[in-house]
Design a protein around this ligand. Structure first.
Ligand code: FAD
Length: 470
């Protein structure tokens, strides 16, 4: 039930991070009438898309005291989704034909995504809400039993401070803290090892024999990138969906996962094949990490499950004062950030109600139990996609697949906050893109009808800039 307008209130809200999630969260919160302060430790907006040639000194990112480099973007990266479906719903990610410095391709490079995010921030005057070069060090309840939150921060010039907020929206990203696979024998394996977080260019692998572990988006891109200069590249892949040998690179070979490695430099795969390699690149994913968050143990991260969270966003006992934008992976990211942000903004204003704490907990417990009964490991708790198109989940029956269906999730949230459901063309474009893993998918396609449909929708978008800076 929608509360009467006079019960709608404006809150003082902190947003942590000014990447694609934090930017749209700030915009939606202000649109809803809240006062917003966004904290961003980098000098500019864009988060992960701020490419840097710099990498962390510890190439496997094991040392907890290492200097953190936020971005995991490599120089050659092009988007893995077509631009039409990747953008926010009311600020289409369209080409800029009048500007020849822009990448006009349908699957553009990383610089173009960065420019898009900068354009978005400019269009909606978001920068004025951001405290740049200011790292959040601690977020905690302001006092025992308080509904307010204390945010402690330090700026790059060494000035520390703290402010009290009615609510904190966490948008700190989750592609910075690497996960590593356990490989028997790895401690005495003599070659070079890096995690994909520290991969930028293929040059260090020139003429080498390289093993790439993992064949998801980064693994397949990086292996092809390295294959341009390396002697041989061997992918250790879990999924049998990646059986084909590469048609373009004769030096790129696919294997099952690694059985063990030895001190003589050999790498033995599950099928018994042996390769003597110079380097291993671990494209094994990332861990959720909230080093600043203190909730007395209420919100935990266990085997990559952040919980308990109602619909991946609200921890029931701390809601709506604490929320998380962008935890689900795989799903259409920018669209998801936008719709989750609308929900958080409207719950904070009181325009939309959450269920009671008990009801939210019941929902979470049932969700976890269902994942368990389907044999979906904890670490996939925040995995949202369209299951029928994802090899790992294609065996789920339709009523089971609902659990991890991004469409169900988006439309459920949209209904909560009175927003439109996901557009048919957006969903279809995503479905087509995630099924593709060959070398040509970014430059050859046959869904022009969906592009036309998208552009027809874009033409209907009215300027909606709200300059109600509070
Ligand atoms: P981020 O972009 O990581 O932003 C988080 C921000 O929080 C950063 O600016 C960081 O500096 C800041 N921050 C963190 N901690 C603090 C703190 N304590 N204090 C202050 N500030 C802090 N998605 C797509 O849609 N299409 C793609 O093609 C695509 N390709 C990808 C390729 C790679 C290699 C990776 C790793 C991801 C890709 N993604 C892609 C997913 C991508 O993560 C999202 O698109 C999105 O950019 C993530 O935005 P975010 O705001 O959640 O996180």
């Amino acid at each position: 039930m929608t509360p009467p307008p006079n019960s709608i209130s404006s809150r003082n809200v902190a947003v942590i991070g000014a990447g694609a999630a934090g930017l749209v969260a700030a915009r939606e919160l202000r649109r809803e009438g809240h006062t917003v302060t966004a904290f961003e430790r980098q000098k500019q907006v864009g988060g992960l898309w701020v490419y840097t040639p710099n990498v962390e000194p510890d190439s496997l990112n094991i040392d907890p005291d290492r200097t953190i480099v936020h971005s995991s973007i490599y120089q050659s990266l092009r988007t893995n989704l077509p631009r039409e479906c990747m953008g926010y719903s009311d600020f289409p990610f369209v080409t800029q034909p009048d500007d020849e410095t822009r990448d006009p391709r349908r699957y553009p490079d990383q610089r173009e995504v960065m420019r898009y995010l900068q354009d978005f921030a400019k269009e909606f005057d978001i920068n004025e809400m951001i405290r740049f070069e200011t790292e959040v060090l601690r977020v905690e309840p302001a006092a025992e039993n308080s509904r307010e939150w204390r945010v402690q921060f330090r700026s790059s010039n060494g000035v520390s401070g703290e402010d009290i907020f009615d609510a904190v929206v966490v948008c700190n990203g989750h592609f910075t803290e690497p996960r590593l696979a356990h490989i028997p024998g790895i401690l005495s394996w003599p070659g070079k090892q890096i995690h994909s977080h520290n991969y930028r260019v293929p040059d260090p692998f020139k003429d080498q024999v390289v093993i790439v572990i993992g064949n998801q988006s980064s693994g397949s891109d990086i292996s092809r990138d390295i294959a341009t200069l390396a002697k041989e590249v061997h992918i250790a892949a879990k999924s049998d969906a990646y059986e084909k040998e590469s048609s373009i690179y004769s030096n790129l070979h696919i294997h099952p996962t690694i059985d063990r490695v030895y001190a003589d430099g050999s790498v033995v795969f599950q099928d018994g094949k042996v390769v003597f390699a110079d380097a291993i690149v671990h494209c094994t994913g990332y861990k959720y990490c909230f080093p600043f968050l203190e909730t007395n143990g209420y919100v935990t991260v266990e085997d990559n499950r952040v919980g308990p969270l109602y619909k991946h966003v609200f921890p029931p006992a701390l809601a709506p004062g604490l929320s998380f934008i962008g935890l689900p992976s795989m799903a259409l990211q920018f669209f998801m950030f936008e719709i989750q942000s609308k929900w958080v903004a409207s719950v904070l204003s009181g325009r939309v109600k959450l269920p009671s704490e008990d009801k939210m907990m019941e929902d979470i417990i049932a969700f976890y139990a269902k994942l368990k009964s389907l044999g979906i490991p904890k670490r996939f708790t925040h995995f949202l996609t369209n299951p029928q198109w994802t090899p790992m989940f294609e065996k789920l029956k339709p009523h089971e697949a609902v659990l991890i269906s991004q469409t169900e999730y988006f439309n459920w949230i949209a209904e909560q906050c009175g927003s439109p459901s996901i557009e048919r063309w957006r969903e279809e474009q995503y479905n087509i893109a995630i099924k593709k893993d060959d070398e040509t998918f970014r430059d050859e396609w046959d869904d022009d009808d969906l592009i036309e449909e998208a552009y027809r929708d874009f033409a209907k978008i009215k300027p909606t800039k709200v300059c109600c800076s509070t």
